[in-house]
Design a protein around this ligand. Structure first.
Ligand SMILES: Cc1cc2nc3c(=O)[nH]c(=O)nc-3n(C[C@H](O)[C@H](O)[C@H](O)COP(=O)(O)O)c2cc1C
Ligand SMILES: C=C(O[C@@H]1CC(C(=O)O)=C[C@@H](OP(=O)(O)O)[C@H]1O)C(=O)O
Length: 387
C-alpha cells in the first residue's frame, strides 16, 4: 500500500485541487486543524500583496463522510480569491477580449525553459502552473497526512534557521515538541527571539533595496518508530525520498538530513551517534547527528531535514532578459511578488515530510482501517521492546 498526492491548478485560475490516495478508512479529520495549516502557510514576514487577497481554506469534496475517511481518494479544493481579478486572462474557456501575451522571462523562474520545452509563446502559460501558489494544495493534502501520523503518535513541525545572511544560533541539545509551542506567533517562525528580530530587519533592508531573500528551514518529526524506509534498494531509502520531496518545493535547491554539511568536515568519531542499551529505554543514542536516519531507515530519534531556499526570482528591480517575441534585450517581467517566503516554505516542508512519512507507514504496516494500522504499529513496538 502506497500513498499518492496529486495537485492541479494555476496561480490565478479558479482554484486548486489536491487528491490524496491510499489512506485507510476510519481516520478522523479535524477541519480546523487542516485550515490552521492553510493559514500558517500564508504567514511570515516578507510576503507580498497576494496574501492580503487570499484567505485559504480546504473544502473536502470526496473521500470523507461525517469527519472520517472512507478509504477512497480524498479530494480537497482551495479557491483562488484573486481569480475575480483575472477572470478574462485566466478563464478556462475562450473570452471575447484580446489578452496580451507575456514575453519577458524572469531569470530563475520556469518562464524561459518552460516556453521552450512546451513550444509556447506566452510565458503566462508556464508561470501560472510553476507558481508556488500550488503549495496551498500540497499543504491541504499534507494536513490530511499529518492527521494520519498524529493517530500513530507522530508530530511534524518546522522552524526557520537562516534568512539571507542571518543565522539562528545552533542549539546544542535535542529539540522537543514543546520548543515549538507558539512558534507560529513569531514573524519568521524562528525559535530564537534575537535572531528573529535580526531576520525581520534583514528582510526589511533587502526589500527596500529591491532584493529578494532566501534562507533555510528545518522540518522535525517526533514520535517515529525505528525502521521506516529500508536499506535494501535505493528507491526505498528514506533519505532519498525526503530529499526529493523537499527539493520539489519551488525555489528549494538543497536538503540536509541531520548535521549533513557539518559532519562532512569532521572525523568519524565526532560524526556518528554512539549506541547504548538499558532495560527501561532499550537501545538509545545520546546524540542525533544522523538526523534520525541510518541506512535509509528511521532510528526512532527525531527526524531532522533542512531545505535551502534560493532568493525568489521575481525582483522589483528586474534582471536582464530577452523579449522572446522580438529577441531584443529587455528587463525581466516585473510582477507583484513576495520578497521572502522561507517561513511559508517551512510549512510546505512539513506537508512534504508528512507525505513521505505517512507513505512509509503505509508501506510498512498496510491496513484498510486505521485501527488495523494502529494494531500493526503497536505489535511492532511490542516486538522491539522485547529486544
Ligand atoms: C511559498 C512560496 C512562495 C513563493 N513566492 C514567490 C514569489 O512571490 N515570487 C517569485 O518570484 N518566486 C516565488 N517563489 C519561488 C518560485 O515559485 C520558484 O522560484 C519558481 O517556481 C522556479 O522554480 P525553482 O526556483 O525551483 O527553479 C515562491 C516559493 C514558495 C515556496
Ligand atoms: C500565491 C502564492 O504565492 C505566489 C507564488 C508566486 C510564485 O511566482 O511562485 C508569486 C506570487 O503570486 P502573485 O503573482 O499572485 O503575487 C506569490 O504570492 C501563495 O503562496 O499562495
Amino acid at each position: 500500500m502506497t500513498l499518492k498526492l496529486v495537485t492541479a491548478g494555476e496561480s490565478h485560475g479558479p482554484g486548486l485541487t489536491c487528491l490524496v490516495e491510499g489512506l485507510p478508512a476510519g481516520l478522523e479529520l479535524d477541519r480546523d486543524a487542516i485550515d490552521r495549516d492553510m493559514a500558517r502557510r500564508q504567514l511570515g514576514h516578507g510576503r507580498g500583496g497576494r496574501m492580503k487577497i487570499e484567505t485559504d481554506r480546504a473544502y473536502v469534496t470526496a473521500g470523507v463522510r461525517h469527519g472520517r475517511t472512507l478509504g477512497g481518494p480524498i479530494a480537497l479544493q482551495v479557491a483562488n480569491r484573486d481569480y475575480t481579478n483575472w477572470e478574462e486572462r485566466m478563464n478556462p474557456w475562450p473570452v471575447e477580449a484580446t489578452v496580451p501575451e507575456v514575453h519577458l522571462p524572469r531569470p530563475g523562474h520556469a518562464d524561459l525553459v518552460g516556453t521552450q520545452k512546451y513550444g509556447l509563446t506566452d510565458v503566462r502559460d508556464i508561470l501560472e502552473r510553476a507558481s508556488a501558489r500550488e503549495t496551498a494544495a500540497r499543504v491541504a493534502g499534507g494536513a490530511v497526512c499529518k492527521a494520519f501520523l498524529r493517530t500513530l503518535g507522530v508530530e511534524v513541525v518546522s522552524h526557520v534557521v537562516q534568512i539571507g545572511s542571518v543565522h539562528a544560533p545552533a542549539v546544542d541539545r535535542e529539540l522537543t515538541l514543546a520548543d515549538f509551542d507558539g512558534i507560529d506567533d513569531d514573524p519568521v517562525r524562528c525559535l530564537d527571539g534575537d535572531a528573529s528580530r535580526e531576520m525581520v530587519q534583514h528582510i526589511n533592508v533587502q526589500r527596500k533595496a529591491n532584493e529578494s531573500i532566501g534562507g533555510v528551514f528545518e522540518v522535525v518529526a517526533f514520535g517515529l518508530v525505528p525502521g521506516l524506509g529500508s536499506h535494501v534498494s535505493w528507491e526505498e531509502r528514506l533519505d532519498g525520498r525526503l530529499a526529493g520531496a523537499i527539493c520539489s518545493i519551488q525555489a528549494v535547491k538543497g536538503c540536509a538530513i541531520g548535521d549533513a554539511w557539518d559532519v562532512a568536515g569532521r572525523p568519524g568519531s565526532q560524526a556518528h551517534d554512539e549506541i547504548f542499551y538499558d532495560a527501561e529505554r532499550g537501545y538509545h543514542r545520546s546524540t542525533n547527528h544522523s538526523g534520525g536516519l541510518e541506512g535509509g531507515m528511521t532510528t526512532g530519534d527525531p527526524l531532522h531535514a533542512r531545505g535551502a531556499m534560493k532568493p525568489l526570482p521575481t525582483l522589483t528591480k528586474p534582471l536582464q532578459s530577452v523579449d522572446i517575441d522580438s529577441k531584443e534585450p529587455a528587463q525581466a517581467l516585473r510582477e507583484r511578488t513576495d520578497s521572502c517566503t522561507v517561513p511559508a516554505a517551512g510549512v510546505v516542508g512539513e506537508a512534504m515530510v508528512a507525505l513521505v512519512l505517512a507513505d512509509a507507514y503505509r508501506r510498512k504496516f498496510g491496513g484498510d482501517h486505521v485501527d488495523d494500522v494502529r494494531a500493526a504499529v503497536d505489535a511492532y513496538r511490542a516486538r522491539l521492546r522485547q529486544g
